[in-house]
Design a protein around this ligand. Structure first.
Ligand code: GDP
Length: 265
């Protein structure tokens, strides 16, 4: 048995490096740590480091099925392998966001992005604007990665889940409103960023450090509103799914998020 066990652990460690990574981002207080802790309960091994960010190895819980193994049955070693993934939690605090943006600058190892947001905080202007600015920057980083790709095929698609958390709170916006409000707020972020760039450009006058405005514009150009569906063009499908990691009194439920992870696993 010890020999068998040793063999298992050895293979386990070697396989971890190649597991698909789901990157957790979003404003602080959204519930990223709570979701990571919940996920750890499904964990086989933990790749804890004392420094941020935190990576945990997770298992997609049944009855959810990884898309890559939907034709296999439970118990099949390939099926069990396909259920494994890494969850990379990043600090949401403004000053610490470089951890997340560093990941986005080189997202080769990232399978998908989960943007966790407090759906009740979105009902307030400050919370909505903070989330919209952060999400705008995440999507713009993905767009730049796509438009600067050298192959004609474009880089691998990276889907984004807007994980609308805290649905147990009665002030929480429902998922369709979360989508609508964020699209509206991102439209405004886009306009104010463009104006800031123009102002900066005018102040430079020499034009030496001119920024390519088009590259900094998220989604379609023109006067129209921003919509998440515009991200399809850069290989990013955006989904909005409500859930609650914790519950008042009873347990929370994140079944919709597991389902989305399964579809992208
Ligand atoms: P992070 O900054 O994104 O990592 O957020 P945390 O995981 O630290 O969560 C922030 C706060 O929200 C904590 O006090 C959590 O207990 C609370 N919280 C997380 N998920 C839920 C939820 O689904 N419902 C409610 N009511 N509170 C939650």
């Amino acid at each position: 048995l010890p020999i068998l066990l040793h063999g298992f652990l050895y293979r386990n460690a070697a396989a971890t490096a190649s597991l698909p990574t789901f990157l957790l981002v979003g404003p602080s207080g959204g519930g990223k740590t709570a979701f990571t802790t919940l996920t750890e309960r499904n964990t086989i091994t933990q790749t804890h480091t004392s420094t941020q960010p935190l990576t945990v190895e997770a298992l997609l819980p049944s009855p959810h099925i990884p898309a890559s193994a939907h034709y296999r049955s439970a118990g099949d070693p390939a099926f069990e392998r396909a259920r494994r993934f890494l969850l990379l939690d990043t600090p949401g605090h403004g000053k610490l966001r470089h951890y997340a943006t560093a990941q986005l600058a080189d997202p080769k190892t990232i399978r998908a992005i989960i943007f966790v947001v407090d759906a009740a905080a979105l009902a307030e202007e400050a919370g909505l604007n903070e989330a919209a600015e952060y999400l705008h920057d995440v999507l713009l980083a993905l767009q730049k990665r796509y438009t600067s790709a050298t192959t004609s095929k474009g880089p691998k698609e990276i889907p984004v889940l807007i994980a609308a958390n805290k649905m147990d709170l009665f002030t929480a916006l429902p998922a369709n409103l979360v989508k609508h409000q964020l699209e509206k707020a991102i439209t405004e972020v886009r306009t104010s960023r463009a104006k800031a760039l123009r102002d900066a450009g005018a102040a430079l006058s020499g034009g030496e450090d001119e920024v390519d405005e088009e590259k900094e514009w998220l989604g379609e150009g023109g006067e129209g509103a921003f919509e998440f569906s515009q991200m399809q063009e850069i290989g990013t499908a955006v989904g909005v799914v409500g859930a609650n990691v914790l519950g008042q009194g009873e347990k929370g439920s994140v079944e919709g998020w597991w389902e989305w992870i399964g579809e992208n696993l």
